[in-house]
Design a protein around this ligand. Structure first.
Ligand SMILES: C[S@@+](CC[C@H](N)C(=O)[O-])C[C@H]1O[C@@H](n2cnc3c(N)ncnc32)[C@H](O)[C@@H]1O
Length: 242
């Protein structure tokens, strides 16, 4: 049964919990989900998991960023919570819409389970190679990559006006372009949003400093975003207004 919801103006960022934000969006109202949720990856034990994000994620550029929220769950509850918001996204997306979810190596299995559990088809993984600029670890492989788990809401036609996209994105993090503890490079996001059909509506329920939304606007898409932290919502709004 179709859910009766209020429509929300396009190109709007809402500050609040994404479960409420998504519940207010009509069925079949977005053309792509491109998002970077909290990974809840840092810290093995409860005290470490509940630590503020500035302690869990130490940046290599020495900059300090506001704390971000929702990064405290253990793996089982992370999966459960991911199913809640991804199921709402499933309802909101149009049939055939692509989905891109950022993940690190620890949460890859949880992310691919959540994607499929919510009803999406899992189509693959594309890699963000952060280059050799990331912190080296003596005697270990460099933690140089994050991943984009991608899929679609059912069949995704080949003829969507979208070209061939890279299987690996090699993009370094630049201090001047980083506005969040785990902010993604704008160049990376400008390339990634092109999975959406030209001019479509891109949904990002975990906007952080707004990089997906900025990239969407720069590439000629419409967008809808949400961010729980008032501080980061403000950062995103400033970037979007610039
Ligand atoms: C990994 S960050 C996104 C960073 C973003 N890609 C950027 O480049 O700035 C995830 C964001 O989700 C937000 N968040 C956590 N729980 C949330 C919730 N329930 N609803 C909306 N946003 C939430 C966090 O505050 C955090 O800023």
């Amino acid at each position: 049964m179709k859910k009766q919801t209020q429509s929300m103006p396009l190109n709007t960022l809402q500050q609040g919990d994404c479960l409420k934000f998504l519940a207010a969006l009509p069925d079949h109202s977005a053309d792509a989900l491109i998002t970077d949720p909290p990974y809840s990856s840092g810290g093995l034990h409860i005290s470490a998991k509940q630590a503020v994000t500035s302690k869990k994620y130490l940046g290599s550029n020495g900059a300090s960023y506001p704390e971000f929220l929702g990064d405290h769950r253990d793996q089982r509850s992370h999966l459960h919570w991911s199913l809640l918001w991804l199921s709402e996204c499933y309802r909101v997306l149009k049939p055939g819409a692509p989905v891109c979810l950022f993940s690190d190596w620890r949460q890859l299995p949880t992310t691919t389970d959540a994607l499929q559990g919510a009803g999406f088809l899992w189509r693959g993984i594309t890699v963000w190679d952060k280059t050799e600029g990331v912190r080296p670890q003596p005697g270990r492989f460099r933690q140089q990559a994050e991943y984009v788990v991608w899929g679609s809401k059912g069949d995704m036609p080949l003829q969507r006006g979208v070209g061939v996209l890279p299987g690996v994105y090699r993009v370094s993090i630049k201090a001047a372009d980083k506005h969040h503890t785990t902010g993604k490079p704008t160049e990376l996001m400008r390339s990634l949003v092109k999975i959406c059909q030209p001019g479509g509506v891109i949904l990002d329920p975990f906007a952080g400093s707004g990089t997906t939304l900025v990239a969407a606007a720069q590439e000629g898409y419409q967008w809808l975003g949400c961010e729980l932290s008032a501080e980061y919502a403000q950062v995103a709004r400033q970037r979007l207004a610039a």
